[in-house]
Every structure is written in C-alpha cells, then in structure tokens.
Design a binder for this molecule. Structure first.
Ligand code: ZN
Length: 487
C-alpha cells in the first residue's frame, strides 16, 4: 500500500491521554508531539489491554490478551510470535532501547526477536540490591512501628514522626533531581537509539524505544521544569513531595494538598520525553530516514492521581489508567486525512497488526487483534477489552498473579466493568460521566448492558481456550529457570 519499510514504536510509561496537548491538555507538556500529531492519525480513545506494564505489553508486542495463556504467564511466552520476531524474520534490523523497566526484560521474554536489546537494568539492579542490604535501620523501624500500631493512638503518631525523621534528620541534604531519578532519562535512550540508527545503512529496521520519564518517583530534569515555566520546585521540595506522596499511612484528604505540585513534576517528566522525541526525529531527518518509516507513539497505561482514591498505576481499569495517547504517522498519506482525530475505541491489541499493515507485512494467525488500517477513515464502532488481575502489584512473586480478574469492555461512550473479586458489575456512560464516578442504575441502558455483557462473555470463552497452550508451560519453565539461577 504505502511502499514503506521501516517501523519505529515509542512507548512512554505512565503517560495519560489527558495530559498531552493534542488531546486537550492545557499545560505545555507536548509541543513537539502536538506538531507530530498534526500530520498523523490521532486516537482519542486508545485503550490499553491491561494495567500496569506487565498486563499491557503482551497486547502491544504480540497482539495477545494479557491473561490469554493463564494468569501465571507474565510477559511474552518463550518463542511467542511478536512484532519483533516477525520483522526480524522478514530481514529487518531490530533494536530495543528500554529505560530500565524490570518488567520489560529478558526475564519476561521481551528481548525475543531483537538483534540489539538494551534494557539499562544492570546498574538499576545493583542499586536495588544495595538498597535491600542497607536495611538494618529499616528492620528496626518496622519492629517499633508494629509495636506502636498495636496501641491505637500511637500508630499514626509514630508514622508521622518517622516520616519527619527520614526527611529532616536521617538525610538532611537533598541530592539533585538527577541523583534521585531511578531511571535513565529519555536523553540517554535517544542517544543510544540515534547511534544505532546511524549504522543502519539502508536496511529496513524496527526500533522500539521505551521511556520512563513520567514514571514515579517523579524527578524530572531541572531543564524540563524550566521548559514548563516551573522555577519554584527545589530539589528538596521534589524529594519531600515524592516521599509524602508515597506514604501509605495518610488519607486522601492530606494527600490532596500535594496533588497539584506532584502533577507539576509528572508533567515535567512528560515534557522531557517530548523534547527528546524531537531530538530523535531530528536524527531520523539527518540520516534521511524520516520519510521512509512509520512511527507510532503510545503508552502502556496511564497514572492515577487520586481520581479514584489511588496513586501510581495499580492493577485497575479506571479511565485515567487505561486511556492512553496514540499517534501513528504514516508518511505519504495526505496530512489532511491524517490529522483527523479518531474517537472510536482503539484497543492496543490492534496496534501490532495495524502497524504491520502499514508496511505491507501480513499479521500471523496468532495475533488476536486485527488491523484497523483499512478502517481508519471510517467509524467502525469497535469496543476494546481491558483486563488485569486484582492485587497483583509484584508479579515477581508468582503467588500474586493468581487473584481475581477485573474485566472491562470499553466503547466510545459506554464502559462495562466486571470485578470478579468484588462480585460487582458496573456500567458507565462516559459522555455524561467522564470521570467515571457514578455507575448507571442496573435498570438503565439495558440494551447497552446486554451488548457489552455479550462481548465480555465472548472474551472469557476465547481466553479460556488459549489458556491450555504450550506457551503456558514454556513460560512456567522459564520462571523456574530464573528462580533456580537466582538461588
Ligand atoms: Zn508501565
């Protein structure tokens, strides 16, 4: 169709759809991406197939529902067909530069199909190990805290004093934002990607970049805060905000006082990713590659800032977590038709087949999604399925993976949420209730409810069929191998 060959996929961790300029955000988080969006297909209802990272990426990279192989399979299964393995098989040079997310690692199969795979995790792991060793004080504190919490008035008082102790006495001087950041910033990732691109020499390529700048803890580069016009947040204040925001012992009302400042840090992280995307595109232009490749930019999930009482990105499927930006730039397709926004739901399950279609490569039969490329100029009324396992916040603990499923069916206007653990089913009208605060009464919109329930049933039946696959066994063997290696 297009005669294009190469493909770039950029994923930005924790990037909410409603915090980018091209989807209506008022603060200047994405001036570069706004200009890119003006010549691209833009999807205002792109929906992650799961939350968080480990429930989202199987759909992005392998067009497969996250729980389809059974909920004990996290990530890609060994030898599972993915975007990277298909393109390498088609003779592409393939490379991934990922900013240190432990769930996007060889442990979970994401190196499969890549000639070059750099996850920047070595230094990070060493840091984590060092942190777990320096815990004598922490263990002592846990014992005292447990004792205090047995005496009701003492527990909260102890928590408050310990927090202040940590902030002011244990480490009085705040390190710089760069020292406190836990992930390589987008600048480093783009440096590595640009260097790799400089050696491509005419070969078709697939490049995957994953940026972590908006991810917590929120320590953006100082320069990003200045670009946002934010000169008032000192290094010490940023540390205080992150520490307070991370507290489990205070209620929503106290956290709310800090929400706006925390959002300013989060927004600056987005701005830095945006700046570096501009640098990446400049490098592509310099190498003469920009008009020869398709570029897609999206996020694995969003981020919560108390909208439903939570923080960060726990396994839940509320709108602030499942709705992500999606931009697809296809050169040579006229700017006028590209710049139209698509409002129908676009599941990230459909992203890989759609991208393959743009470069004239057929999708494998194992992909559960379908190409939307032929329908991008029409309204095809699709619904997106999204799902996760309640309470699974650390899939390194295999027992955490086996909780009850939360399932959502998301159309442009309506969304059905079935929480199997809580035993409840809620229907939302997102046009009247975009904040998803008031489920409709059980008697309302019966036809809609029936339609979405039918889709949920269909999805569960299909998921069950895939659950016995050989992939499941291979993934479990891989887990055992890693556990043995770490003994
Ligand atoms: Zn993530």
């Amino acid at each position: 169709m297009t005669g294009l060959r190469s493909l770039i996929l950029v994923t930005i961790d924790c990037l909410r759809a409603d915090h980018v300029g091209f989807l209506g955000y008022a603060r200047p988080t994405t001036p570069f991406l706004d200009s890119l969006a003006a010549e691209s297909f833009v999807f205002s209802n792109a929906i992650a197939a799961g939350v968080p990272t480990y429930y989202s990426f199987p759909a992005i990279m392998a067009s497969r529902f996250p729980l389809a192989f059974g909920r004990d399979v996290i990530g890609l299964a060994p030898s599972e067909t993915s975007l990277a393995s298909i393109l390498r098989g088609a003779g592409y040079a393939t490379a991934a530069f990922l900013a240190g997310n432990p769930y996007l690692s060889p442990r979970f199969g994401y190196d499969s199909g890549f000639d070059v795979f750099h996850d920047f995790l070595d230094a990070e792991l060493a840091e984590q190990l060092a942190a777990t060793e320096a815990t004598a004080l922490h263990r002592w504190n846990e014992r005292v805290a447990a004792t205090c919490h047995k005496i009701v008035p003492l527990g909260p008082l102890y928590d408050e004093l310990y927090f202040r102790y940590c902030q002011k006495i244990a480490s009085p001087a705040a390190p710089s934002l760069d020292e406190m950041r836990r992930f390589p910033s987008a600048g480093l990732i783009v440096d590595h990607a640009s260097e790799w691109l400089s050696g491509i020499a005419g070969q078709p390529f697939f490049l995957w970049i994953h940026l972590m700048d908006p991810h917590s803890p929120y320590y953006p580069p100082r320069q990003a805060l200045e670009l946002m016009g934010d000169h008032g947040i000192t290094d010490a204040r940023a540390r205080y905000l992150n520490s307070f925001w991370n507290r489990d012992d205070v209620g929503v009302n106290r956290l709310k006082r800090y929400r706006e400042e925390v959002l300013r840090l989060y927004d600056a992280g987005i701005r830095w990713a945006d700046e570096q995307m501009g640098r990446l595109v400049n490098a592509l232009r310099r190498f003469g590659l920009w008009d020869k490749c398709v570029l897609a930019l999206t996020a694995d999930h969003g981020e919560e800032f108390l909208e439903h009482g939570g923080r960060y990105h726990a396994p839940k499927i509320t709108e602030e977590l499942i709705r992500v930006p999606l931009v697809i730039r296809v050169p040579r397709v006229t700017a006028r038709s590209q710049a139209m926004q698509r409002h129908t739901a676009f599941s990230l399950l459909d992203l890989a087949p759609t991208l393959l279609d743009t470069i004239d490569i057929p999708s494998p039969g194992s992909f559960m999604g379908r190409s939307r490329w032929p329908f991008l100029t029409t309204r095809d009324g699709a619904a997106a399925v999204t799902e996760c396992v309640s309470g699974c916040t650390n899939p390194f603990h295999t027992g955490d993976r086996l909780g009850p499923r939360i399932l959502g069916i998301r159309e442009e206007r309506y969304k059905l949420v079935i929480d199997f653990g809580a035993g409840c089913e809620q229907l939302f009208d997102l046009e009247k209730d975009p904040g998803e605060k008031e489920p409709l009464s059980p008697d309302a919109e019966k036809a809609v409810r029936r339609r979405l329930l039918d889709q949920a049933r269909f999805h569960l039946i299909n998921s069950g069929r895939a659950g016995d696959s050989e992939y499941r066994l291979r993934a479990r063997l891989r887990d055992l191998q890693f556990e043995c290696d770490s003994l």
